[in-house]
Design a protein around this ligand. Structure first.
Ligand code: RB5
Length: 149
């Protein structure tokens, strides 16, 4: 039996409900969901949660990650500071597909104050359903990672 792929989910206080809806949705698609919280709506700091999720992906403990804050921007910036992370903010399905196919993104970020749950779940499906195309895109992704190195 092949092992289930693992995906880490995290958010700040602005996105608890959306994160939980995404966790439920992804679990029905055969993924093992690692939801690292937080669980209350008490005000918190998105860099902590972006970093924690990104570290799971960078360490290889999870294959992909989805992070959410109010806009998706702050938590994405924090995640991208962790070595090995390529995270994009997507509020449309085309971009969500393309960041996998062309940029080999290993994390997706969204803003719970920007889009509704229905669109967010479609974006998640687009992200998870796409695969990196390699080829000339691999050269460009390598160039990104060279900047980090
Ligand atoms: C929290 O109020 C808000 O600043 C945060 O969720 C996010 O939008 C930051 O980028």
């Amino acid at each position: 039996m092949t092992e289930k792929k693992r995906i880490v989910l995290s958010s700040d206080h602005a996105a608890i409900d959306l994160r939980q809806a995404i966790a439920k949705h992804i679990a029905t698609k055969g993924w093992e969901v690692v939801d690292i919280g937080p669980v209350t709506t008490e005000s918190t700091h998105y860099p902590l949660h972006g970093k924690a999720a990104a570290e799971r992906v960078a360490a290889g403990d999870c294959d992909l990650g989805i992070i959410i804050c109010g806009t998706g921007q702050g938590i994405m910036m924090a995640a991208n500071k962790v070595k090995g992370i390529r995270c994009g903010v997507c509020h449309d399905t085309f971009s969500a597909r393309m960041i996998r196919q062309h940029n080999d993104a290993n994390m997706l970020s969204m803003g719970a104050r920007v889009i509704g749950e229905g669109l967010a779940l479609d974006i998640v499906d687009a992200f998870l359903g796409a695969a990196f195309e390699g080829g000339r895109h691999a050269t460009r992704v390598d160039m990104i990672m060279d900047i980090e190195a």
